[in-house]
Design a binder for this molecule. Structure first.
Ligand code: COA
Length: 420
């Protein structure tokens, strides 16, 4: 048995944010039925193609464990099929541009009339207000949610982070909203709307930067290296480079091999509680008691020198040797792990977070499995569906079409070419 067994999801999502959410729900056991435009499908199927003729990794890595039905939701028979899907499902998830569902004739009011128990979950770029009608992509959300203004170095432009906090981050928020709404429905018997705006999702992940915005009015942010470098603060939370977001100074430092390996670096935090152990490890035991070095406040104006000295030590070790030495001493360090190293990581493979999947068009590929582990709901990662692979199965088994009725739907062209 799986955690969400018996839950049917009408997956009207595309690109990344919505598919991330429905993929998680599928891994937790929901039956996810992905509705795609006949002959076209999710745009990502044909984006960043690495194997001509095969679904892209962009698509396959975001749509595991789902079923696919081709359906033109804009013609009459298509609307009839969609209506039956809405009746049959517990949740409709969508991340169309604002107004697209209404233009199809499926406003929230209509959807509720068709199925009062349904939960309708949406990702949009912005919540209600001035920008509610904007189409939004990942990097736009990173800019509007406060992430870009606080990422990068002080003397450089705002930066986008590699983690897809706008799309995948908002997909995660939406998934939590959906399971909460399902839980509430157990008691209320009613469905509800769930909205996860990307701006809000990014801001939620940038919470500590809004914290710093308010701390600024009480004086400079002493844990930022900008303070130890003597550079004045402006009126907004500045870009903090690689400074640690907590109260303990941290930096990225070079390790052995850095000249040839762009990832031969470690994160290193001068955690107050282990300052004495740090002094011993780097060969500066007298710093433990020397005036100007013994307390965190005294060290603030010397952080550049202190980290330079620590780096002289880290440069004599590989990033993994630094980890092996510091970990037992509770000194927080983090080797910079490349995607290549992650693909080869035995530990991540053992836990199912990195998995290999077979695909009929593209062969074997590596993907990220479910990052959430439930002891009673194990996850088997299954390949993404081909476009319309399950159209007949869904029409017959989920919606009960058969005989002449099924033939009528197929002949109408609303469901594309039937493949099986
Ligand atoms: N049958 C018929 N029409 C379909 C269909 C189907 N199965 N599936 C989609 N369509 C139509 C939509 O109804 C829409 O038509 P309309 O413009 O006439 O109303 C059209 O396809 C395009 O949909 P849209 O969502 O506008 O796609 P887009 O490529 O223009 O925009 C986004 C893409 C991502 C910018 C936009 O969907 C968006 O802003 N989404 C919300 C925020 C979001 O999730 N962004 C991140 C994506 S990772």
């Amino acid at each position: 048995m799986k955690a969400l067994e018996g839950v049917k999801i009408l997956d009207f999502t595309h690109v990344q944010s919505g598919p991330t959410c429905t993929q998680l729900l599928a891994w937790l056991g929901a039956d996810v039925i992905k509705v795609e435009r006949p002959g076209v499908g999710d745009a990502t199927r044909k984006q960043l193609v690495d194997k001509p003729g095969a679904d892209s990794l962009y698509f396959t890595m975001l749509n595991h464990n789902k079923r696919s039905i081709e359906l033109n939701s804009k013609n009459e028979t298509g609307k009839e099929v969609l209506t039956r899907l809405i009746k049959a499902c517990d949740v409709l998830v969508e991340n169309f541009a604002p107004g697209a569902l209404d233009r199809m004739g499926f406003s929230w009011e209509n959807i509720q009339r068709i199925n009062p128990r349904i939960i309708m979950a949406s990702v949009k770029g912005f919540g209600p207000g001035k920008y509610e009608n904007c189409k939004v992509y990942e990097n736009v959300a990173q800019c509007s949610g406060g992430s870009a203004s606080t990422t990068g170095f002080l003397d450089g432009p705002p930066m986008i982070t590699g983690a897809q906090i706008g799309d995948s981050g908002t997909g995660l928020h939406l998934a939590l909203g959906i399971v909460s709404a399902l839980f509430q429905r157990e008691k209320s018997g009613r469905g509800q709307r769930v909205l996860a705006p990307m701006q809000d999702g990014v801001l939620n992940l940038c919470r500590v930067k809004l914290r710093d915005q308010q701390r600024l009015s009480a004086g400079p942010l002493t844990e930022y290296s900008q303070f130890s470098s003597g550079i004045e603060f402006g009126d907004a939370t500045p870009r903090a480079g690689n400074d640690s977001g907590g109260g303990h100074p941290g930096r990225i430092l070079k390790c052995k091999g850095w000249r040839n390996d762009p990832n031969a670096y470690t994160y290193f935090i001068t955690q107050t509680a282990v300052w004495e152990k740090i002094c011993d490890v780097i060969g500066e035991p007298e710093w433990k008691t020397r005036e100007g070095y013994a307390t965190p406040a005294e060290r603030l104006d010397k952080l550049d020198d202190i980290f330079n000295r620590i780096e002289q030590w880290t440069m004599t070790k590989t990033k993994f040797e630094v980890m092996d030495i510091c970990n037992p001493l509770d000194i927080p360090v983090g080797p910079i792990i490349s995607m290549k190293e992650i693909m080869e990581d035995e530990g991540l493979r053992r836990t199912g977070t990195i998995v290999d999947v077979d695909h009929p068009e593209r062969g074997r590929y590596t993907t990220v499995g479910c990052p959430i582990k439930l002891s009673d709901s194990p996850v088997d990662v299954e390949r993404s569906p081909l476009l319309g692979e399950h159209t007949r199965e869904i029409l017959e088994d989920v919606l009960g079409y058969g005989g002449e009725d099924l033939a009528r739907v197929i002949e109408s062209g609303a469901v594309g070419e039937i493949k099986s």
